[in-house]
Design a protein around this ligand. Sequence first.
Ligand code: ACO
Length: 427
Amino acid sequence: MAETATLTFNGTTLELPIVTGTEGERAIDIRHLRNATGLITLDSGYGNTGATESSITFIDGEKGILRYRGYPIEQLAEHARFTEVAYLLMFGDLPTETQHTEFRRQLSENQFMHEALTHHFDGFPENAPPMAILSAMVSAAGCFEPALARADDDDHFLELAARLMSKVRTIASASYCKSIGHPINYPRSDLRYTANFLHMMFSLPFRPYEPHPVVVDALDKLLILHADHEQNCSTSTVRMVCSSRASMSAAVSAGINALWGPLHGGANAAVIDMLEKIRRSGESIKTYVERVKTDPNTKLMGFGHRVYKNFDPRAKIIKEACDSVLQKLGIQDPMLDMAMELEAVALQDDFFVERKLYPNVDFYSGIIMRAIGIPTNMFTVMFAIGRLPGWIAHWREVRMAAGGRIDRPRQVYQGPVARDFVPVENR
Ligand code: ACO
């Protein structure tokens, strides 16, 4: 007999089915709860709410496990290219050589922005936040795309996904060039995805940028580590927008905005800001940590995670990559020393130990990005480029779900009870 959980309320007893995932996670299916009892569930912040069943990414926060479509993140970061991982997330399996070649061909073919789009950049003020530009431009790019996206047709979906993935990279680098008054670089078809991005960011008309292989590999790894993370804030946003049957670019543009905040993707830049502030103030790391403990408005940026309560496997990989990149490029970054000291102090402090607060992916990613020449205001944009295949995969999963309903949470209203309108002269 199928397992159930029993709920008794007001004399009514309800058997709620238990849903078990392929990795043994269990959930109580409360779909019929309101009809049967009039009750809804309340879970602010969604800490206990499974919004969906998904077959893209598995996380075990207690054990520090992260797998894309079953493959451990450690193996993918070590052996795969970002474009292979993107294909894996979107289609469910690693591509064969032929499939990978075709995907890369589509990425190259679709890397140009419509020329009319380049004029949009002139409308943004100087110093406009690159995440604002990215989200606006992705929305605008949607106007140039085929209106109807067919998620169920592999060839059509591949083209649609390649167009967006390729263009986001072109848009992101163009927004950087514009922000510093440099001419926009056109993409090159002879370079792989990451090298092409670096060329568009840093080439000048009189000095082409030749990326160091260590830098290209580090960027590949960084993007792979960010490629998906199941139902985080931005991905849930993408899924919710998609549930209304909005287009892929509309949903991704919303995801970019959700990622922007300092509690989510914006944390990578916030970590560097925090380290800079500590350095400039001359405050010791110990004093700063004490302040975090006593001031509720000061957080240790790059620490803590809703799901990981032991360690974030991505942080472990990034920390090692950071050491290796700095060493291979011969860079000495005092920020890395400060970050390591901060980590060591926090990990020995009861406040952080009791709350299970560990470095997350953003703690060291900023340092690696500094080492490969990415400016701080582009850090979260890099995260967005990495997360794109995940967002696209989730968009497709929602679109393909049989009979998928629009996402629409309920609430417990706590405002004023019914009252009559009072004319302005009587208020
Ligand atoms: N510094 C200090 N205290 C913290 C931190 C932190 N970074 N993170 C959590 N805490 C404390 C909370 O104040 C709370 O303390 P309390 O029990 O005394 O009230 C306790 O730890 C539990 O934290 P929650 O707020 O319940 O954790 P939640 O799951 O809601 O938030 C989050 C997770 C947003 C990541 C949080 O840890 C945080 O703000 N971290 C800093 C920002 C950051 O690094 N974000 C990147 C996350 S990874 C990503 O998005 C890619």
